[in-house]
Design a binder for this molecule. Sequence first.
Ligand SMILES: Nc1ncnc2c1ncn2[C@@H]1O[C@H](COP(=O)(O)OP(=O)(O)OP(=O)(O)O)[C@@H](O)[C@H]1O
Ligand SMILES: O=C(O)c1ccc[n+]([C@@H]2O[C@H](COP(=O)([O-])O)[C@@H](O)[C@H]2O)c1
Length: 213
Amino acid sequence: MEITRLGIMGGTFNPIHLGHLMIAEEARQTFHLDRVLFIPSYITPNKNIDGATAEQRLAMTRLATADNPYFAVSDLEIRRKGRSYTVDTLRFLKEFYGPSYILYFISGTDTIQDLPQWYKPEEILSLCQFVGATRPDGTQSIGQVVEHFGELGKHILKLTVPTMQISSTELRHRIRSGLSVRYMMPKVVIEYIEKHGVYQCTAKNSRQPLKNI
Ligand SMILES: Nc1ncnc2c1ncn2[C@@H]1O[C@H](COP(=O)(O)OP(=O)(O)OP(=O)(O)O)[C@@H](O)[C@H]1O
Ligand SMILES: O=C(O)c1ccc[n+]([C@@H]2O[C@H](COP(=O)([O-])O)[C@@H](O)[C@H]2O)c1
């Protein structure tokens, strides 16, 4: 049986930024993933989603990932509606793809530290390998979470990634304040935000011509 390793990058992506893309690419390389599927949530459990519709978050995720042949996007959580519980998504994917697919759910350390409070975390770990991206300085340990799950903790994999202190919250704040978000997210996403006035964006690049030196 030929094995396919499928990465699942779940997130609110409000908006998607370089931190998301970087951990997905690092996970792909480190765990030899055949593809990484980005799945924007419809309603992320325990999170307020302000400023962009589900369709806009999906469109931005599609634009951001289009230039990577290993990346794909699914709207399955948005079509399913309701709260986007990861266990439901993994159950569906396991059933849909069958036993020859190994699923790797990719997350940041802040996310994995909350895993014990998620809906059916033990079942989640039995359905996938759960990748927790940590900083190289090791200050965000996932050891306690691994211990919490006993034998199933073996399904939690540590991924060391370069530090990137970008968050969607910070980006929404910057856009609303008219501050630059250049080099923090793909250019195509910035263009989409400007074109559609997402996050009440009104910023327009205005620059003075520079006198010849
Ligand atoms: N800068 C980053 N570096 C590494 N992982 C990240 C980074 N930002 C987000 N992640 C991870 O990506 C996944 C999806 O995150 P999400 O879409 O909620 O983005 P966010 O920036 O954390 O959003 P918000 O600021 O709105 O809470 C989560 O597992 C999160 O831990
Ligand atoms: O299933 C759960 O209980 C659960 C609780 C919190 C987060 N998640 C998922 O984890 C992913 C990252 O969530 P967030 O809050 O960092 O955007 C996203 O796919 C969420 O649907 C899932």
